[in-house]
Design a protein around this ligand. Structure first.
Ligand SMILES: Cc1ncc(C[n+]2csc(CCOP(=O)(O)OP(=O)(O)O)c2C)c(N)n1
Length: 555
C-alpha cells in the first residue's frame, strides 16, 4: 500500500463498482449480514437505496427497475432465510431474462460449510442460488472480489440475460482493501451472427410475399432494425414480453394479439415467419400447437433455441439488433410484398381485438377508459389476475419495449413490488411516465407489506385493484374441471379503504363502471405517492366469458 492509497471495504467496493454500471437505485432489506454493503450505500449517497419490507419484494423491485430503466437491477438480501425469500422473485427475473445482480450475505468464512450449527448459516445457499439464478458465485477474499463482481455483471447482461447472485461472507464484506485503480464499466461484446448464415436467411426471406416477424423479449433492443424491416413490408406480431418494440397502434402490427383464431387463420395466409428472441412460450402458442406461418425461421442469442418447441426451417444464432440490421441491408430493394397483405393483417387484428372485447362484459369500460388515459404514456405493470389474462396482456397501447412489466413466470403477488421498482426507475432516470399496476386482491395481499414501502418511498403509482374476494382464476378452473367444487379460493380481505387510510394514501372505490374514466383521471393526478383504485367486482358483475387458465389445444 502506498501512503495515499485509499482503503475501502469489500462492501464499499461493490457500491463503487455499481455506480459505474449506471445503476441509480438498489433494493433490499438491511441485516447484520449485509451491513458493510448498505453502510457504503448510505455513506456514498450516489445510489438510492430502497428499503423493502421483504426480500421477495426487493428482488421484484430490482427486476422491474431493470426492465424499465434498461440498466442493471440490484437487490441486496441477508443470508439464509433472507436469500431464500428472494428465490421466487429470482425465478421470475430468470424467466423474464432480467439483467440483475443479487448480493447476499453469508456467515463468517471461517465457520462456513462445516456444519457447526452456526446461527444464520444456510447449508447449500450457493446451490439454491445457482438453481434460481443464471449463475451464482461466492467472494472468498478481497483479492478476487472485483473480478467476481465484473464477471457476475457480464453474465447478467449477456443475452439471454438473467439474475446473477453473489454471496459474500460477512467478514469478507467488512475486510479492507486498496481502492482498485481499474474499477470500470463492464463492456459487452455483442454475439455477432455469422454473415454467411444471414446471407442464406436473407435469400430465403426475399422469396416471401407475406412475411411476418414474431418478436420476443430478446428483440427489445432491436426496435430500429425492426423498423427497417417493417419499411420493407414485414408484418409484425409480438409475444407479451416483446410488446412495444413496434408501437402497438401502428397498422403494421398485430401487437400481442398473437393466438386468437382470426390471427391463426391469418398466419395460414403468410408465407414466412421470422421468430426473433422468443421462446414461443406455452401460454402464447396454445402449448406449442398454434399453427404458425411456414416456413419458420429463427434468430436467437441462445444456440439451444434451435428446434425448441417448433422446428426451425433455418436458425441463426446471434444478437437480434445487429442480425436484423444486416438482414435489412441484404433485403433492401428485394422484397415484393403482396398488395393485400397489410389489409389482411389489419382485418385479423381488428377481429382478434373484437373477440377479446366481447369476453369482457362490464370490464370493457375499464379497458377503454384506461387506454384513453394512458395509451403510450405509462409503465404498465401487471400481476397474475383475470383482467390481465383477459385484456391487460394486450392493452393499453404500448409504444416502448420497456413499457410492459408483468409476471412472465405466472407467479402471483409480484405486481405491487414491481410497480414500486418501475416508479423508482421512472423517478431516478427522469422518464416522465405514470406507473399503473393491475392486480387482483389475492395477489395484492401476498406482498401487501410493500404498500408501506411505496408510501415511504413516495413511489408514484396507481394500483388498479380488482377485488372479487377470491382467487378468481382458480375458481373458474374449479368450475371447468373440478365439478364446481370451490375450495380454498374464498378470501377474507381487509377493508382496503381503511387500510389505505391508515397509511394515509388515497383510495377510490369504483362500484359503477360509468364512473371509471372520471375516477381514473383523478387517481392519475395524484402526486407524491401511491394511490389505490379498488374495483368492486361484486358490484360490477361477471365477465361475459370465463377465463379458466391458459387456452390449450390438445391435438
Ligand atoms: C406464487 C403463486 N402461488 C399460487 C398461484 C396459483 N394462482 C394462480 S392465479 C391465482 C389467483 C389469483 O387471485 P387474484 O389475485 O385475486 O386474481 P383473480 O384470479 O381473482 O383475478 C392463484 C392462487 C400462482 N400462480 N402463483
Amino acid at each position: 500500500m502506498t501512503p495515499d492509497t485509499q482503503r475501502i471495504t469489500v462492501g464499499e467496493l461493490a457500491v463503487r463498482f455499481l455506480e459505474l454500471q449506471g445503476t441509480r437505485a438498489a433494493f433490499g432489506v438491511i441485516s447484520i449480514h449485509n451491513m458493510p454493503i448498505l453502510d457504503a450505500f448510505h455513506k456514498r449517497q450516489t445510489i438510492r437505496f430502497v428499503s423493502a419490507r421483504g426480500e421477495a419484494g426487493a428482488c421484484n423491485m430490482a427486476d422491474a427497475y431493470a426492465r424499465v430503466s434498461g440498466t442493471l437491477g440490484v437487490c441486496v438480501t441477508s443470508t439464509g432465510t433472507g436469500a431464500g425469500n428472494a428465490a421466487g422473485a429470482l425465478v421470475e427475473a430468470l424467466t423474464a431474462g432480467t439483467p440483475m445482480l443479487h448480493l447476499t450475505g453469508q456467515i463468517e468464512a471461517e465457520y462456513l460449510d462445516r456444519d457447526l450449527g452456526f446461527i444464520h448459516e444456510a447449508p447449500a445457499q450457493l446451490a439454491m442460488l445457482q438453481s434460481v439464478s443464471k449463475a451464482a458465485f461466492r467472494i472468498r477474499d478481497t483479492a478476487t472480489a472485483l473480478a467476481t463482481l465484473r464477471e457476475a455483471v457480464r453474465i447478467a447482461r449477456t443475452p439471454p440475460c438473467g439474475p446473477v447472485s453473489i454471496e459474500i461472507p460477512i467478514d469478507v464484506q467488512a475486510t479492507l482493501l486498496d481502492l482498485p485503480s481499474d474499477l470500470a464499466t463492464v463492456d459487452l461484446v455483442p454475439l455477432l451472427a455469422p454473415i454467411d448464415h444471414l446471407d442464406v436467411l436473407a435469400d430465403k426471406l426475399s422469396q416471401a410475399h407475406r412475411p411476418m416477424l414474431w418478436l420476443g423479449g430478446g428483440a427489445r433492443g432491436a426496435s430500429a432494425a425492426v423498423a427497417r424491416l417493417v419499411k420493407l413490408g414485414f408484418g409484425v406480431v409480438t409475444s407479451v414480453q416483446g410488446r412495444g418494440i413496434v408501437a402497438e397502434d401502428d397498422p403494421v402490427t398485430l401487437g400481442s394479439y398473437n393466438l386468437q383464431k382470426p390471427v391463426e387463420d391469418f398466419y395460414q395466409t403468410c408465407d414466412a415467419m421470422l421468430v426473433v428472441g422468443s421462446r414461443l412460450r406455452s401460454n402464447e402458442t396454445l402449448r406449442y400447437k398454434l399453427h404458425l406461418p411456414q416456413p419458420l425461421y429463427r434468430i436467437d442469442a441462445n444456440a439451444l433455441a434451435h428446434n425448441r418447441a417448433y422446428a426451425s426451417d433455418y436458425f441463426v444464432q446471434g444478437d437480434a439488433s445487429t442480425a436484423l440490421h444486416t438482414l435489412a441491408d441484404r433485403l433492401e430493394g428485394r422484397m415484393q410484398i403482396d398488395a393485400d397483405f397489410h389489409r389482411d393483417l389489419r382485418a385479423a387484428r381488428e377481429k382478434a381485438g373484437q373477440q377479446v372485447d366481447d369476453a369482457l362484459g362490464p370490464y370493457l369500460a375499464l379497458k377503454s377508459a384506461l387506454g384513453a388515459l394512458v395509451d403510450k404514456r405509462c409503465w404498465w405493470v401487471r400481476d397474475i389476475t383475470l383482467s390481465n389474462s383477459m385484456w391487460g396482456n394486450r392493452s393499453p397501447v404500448l409504444d416502448n419495449p420497456r413499457g410492459g412489466v408483468h409476471a412472465l413466470g405466472g407467479g402471483i403477488g409480484q405486481g405491487l413490488a414491481m410497480g414500486i421498482g418501475a416508479a423508482v426507475a421512472n423517478a431516478t432516470h427522469a422518464l416522465d411516465r405514470k406507473t399503473v399496476v393491475l392486480a387482483g386482491d389475492g395477489g395484492f395481499m401476498l406482498n401487501l407489506g410493500e404498500l408501506a414501502c411505496a408510501v415511504q418511498e413516495k413511489a408514484e403509482l396507481v394500483v388498479v385493484l380488482m377485488n372479487d374476494s377470491c382467487y378468481g382464476v382458480i375458481k373458474n378452473i374449479q368450475d371447468d374441471i373440478y365439478g364446481s367444487r370451490h375450495c380454498y379460493v374464498d378470501l377474507v380481505n381487509p377493508d382496503f379503504a381503511a387500510l389505505c387510510g391508515s397509511l394515509k394514501l388515497p383510495h377510490f372505490r369504483l362500484t359503477d363502471p360509468a364512473q371509471t374514466a372520471a375516477t381514473l383521471e383523478q387517481a392519475l393526478q395524484v402526486r407524491g405517492g401511491p394511490v389505490v383504485v379498488e374495483v368492486d367486482m361484486k358490484a360490477w358483475g361477471p365477465f361475459a366469458a370465463k377465463f379458466a387458465g391458459p387456452i390449450l389445444r390438445k391435438n
